[in-house]
Design a protein around this ligand. Structure first.
Ligand code: NDP
Ligand code: HSE
Length: 434
């Protein structure tokens, strides 16, 4: 028999994202009904602070007891936009135990416990959708999970954190200070509850783990992703990047090894040429390149953070899950059959920009070049200049290498630090996108 009664939704969390989900569900109710086939009703809203005024939300729907909401027997779909590990994990599990499909935006949880959550959904014959967990509004998870399911993805490279892109963009284009730009990103609702997750690269690494799992049909967790944040990126790095015709972005890079037997997953700041499409990704926008064997290079671009853009992705999942419910069907689950190991960062091969403070005297360049050569790292360019403050007998030496394994570069840097003539390693940055 055709179902006519509404599908009931429990909204778990009503902050930056949840409040926009509720707003769109209300203002677009008629369109959503037409697209789904039955009305979709906001049946309860779980929050931490019940007395907070929430525009457009019927106070009678608000509760602090999310578990009771999920167990009351009439909920069809839960939207988890609380964030973090607990209580989100227990609530999602409770939803599955009570026959409720789940839409989540929670990359931190999916990167830590995706496998067990997928298993719980599978066991219950229910959906777990999470388009909003990666790259905000950009349709990326579904295209990779479904549209590219017949192809072989070899490489994914992109900007997947809006907050850090916003900060780096402001530092580069307006000379804004780090803290000032972070405060602005937080006020705009881009940053995580604890912005350390953004600036130290944990948020991007969680997204990288999710994307690696989907791209390579394997299991990748947050711990598998090599991670460096962007807090050390300085105005001097931007000046150096500019001299090379580059800018600096926090990139997530996932690669299948040449032999196809392993993958690498990393997040770190990198210099990219100004001519590269990722260089022109401004503010809190994200962009992701996907290289697939048959499709070639695809680029996904759009707003990567913020309430309304993220709610758009959540609503897309909601409609898909509603349609599945009505069809008594289930969307795709986890695909992890390849079981490819994630190799350590030492096996990554790329180019490097190394900035050294050295003694400005004869033979220093030769000494430095010898260390690179002894470690099998080939130098592309070297630029030396006296310290601009006229700083006595010191100079800056900037070395850009050809492609080399990360392990060889680490060995080189360790040896450089031991040279009497090298007074400090001011910065090491990978150079990508050439
Ligand atoms: P917020 O901090 O703005 O909102 C969190 C919500 O969860 C609040 O409504 C809070 O209640 C509620 N909450 C917290 N603890 C509990 C609890 N124990 N029980 C019930 N409710 C609780 O987060 P965001 O909306 O920014 O993010 C939500 C999720 O979406 C996160 O996983 C985040 O990573 C993800 N995301 C966020 C994006 C963004 O741009 N902000 C983009 C993409 C994904 P109260 O309102 O009472 O404090
Ligand atoms: N804090 C995240 C970001 C939100 O800035 O990208 C979107 O996932």
């Amino acid at each position: 028999m055709m179902r006519t009664r509404p599908l009931k939704v429990a909204l778990l969390g009503c902050g930056v994202v949840g409040s926009e989900v509720a707003r769109i569900m209300t203002t677009h109710a008629d369109d959503l009904t037409a697209r789904i086939g039955v009305p979709v009703e906001l049946a309860g809203v779980a929050v931490r602070r019940p007395s907070k005024v929430r525009e457009g939300i019927d106070p009678a729907l608000v509760t602090t007891d999310a578990t009771a909401l999920l167990k009351r027997g009439d909920i069809d779909i839960a939207i988890e936009v609380i964030g973090g590990i607990e209580p989100a994990r227990t609530l999602i599990t409770t939803a599955f135990e009570n026959g409720i499909s789940v839409v989540s935006a929670n990359k931190a949880l999916l990167a830590q416990d995706g496998a067990s959550l997928h298993a719980a959904a599978e066991a219950a014959g229910l959906d777990l959708y999470y388009e909003a967990a990666v790259a905000g509004a950009i349709p990326l998870v579904r295209p990779m999970r479904e549209s590219l399911a017949g192809d072989k993805i070899n490489r994914v490279m992109g900007i997947v954190n809006g907050t850090t892109n916003f900060i780096l963009d402001k530092m580069d284009s307006t000379g804004a200070g780090y803290q000032e730009a972070l405060d602005e990103a937080t006020a705009l609702g881009y940053a995580e509850a604890d912005p350390t997750a953004d600036v130290e690269g944990y948020d991007a690494a969680a997204k990288a783990a999710i994307l690696a799992g989907i791209a390579f049909h394997t299991r990748a967790r947050l711990d598998d992703v090599y991670r460096e944040g962007m807090t050390e990126v300085s105005a001097a790095d931007f000046a150096s990047a500019k001299r090379m015709g580059c800018t600096i972005k926090l990139l997530a890079i996932l690669e299948r090894a040449q032999d196809g037997e392993s993958v690498t997953a990393r997040v770190h700041p990198a210099m990219i040429p100004l001519s590269h499409p990722l260089a022109s990704v401004r503010e809190a926008y994200n962009a992701v390149f996907v290289e697939a064997e048959a499709a070639g290079r695809l680029m996904f671009y759009g707003p990567g953070a913020g309430g309304a853009p993220t709610a758009s992705a959540v609503l897309g999942d909601l409609v898909a899950v509603c349609r599945n419910k009505l069809a008594e069907a289930k969307g795709p689950g986890e695909s992890a059959y390849t079981r490819l190991p994630v190799s350590p960062i030492g096996e990554v091969v790329t180019r490097y920009h190394i900035s050294l403070d050295v003694a400005d005297k004869p033979g220093v360049l030769a000494q430095v070049a010898t260390v690179f050569s002894e470690h099998g790292v080939s130098i592309d360019t070297v630029r030396q200049q006296g310290h601009q403050d006229g700083g006595g007998d010191g100079a800056s030496l900037v070395v850009v290498t050809h492609r080399a394994p990360d392990a060889a570069l680490s060995g080189t840097v360790a040896a450089l630090r031991k040279l009497d003539t090298v007074r400090g390693v001011a910065s090491i940055m990978r150079v990508e996108g050439e």
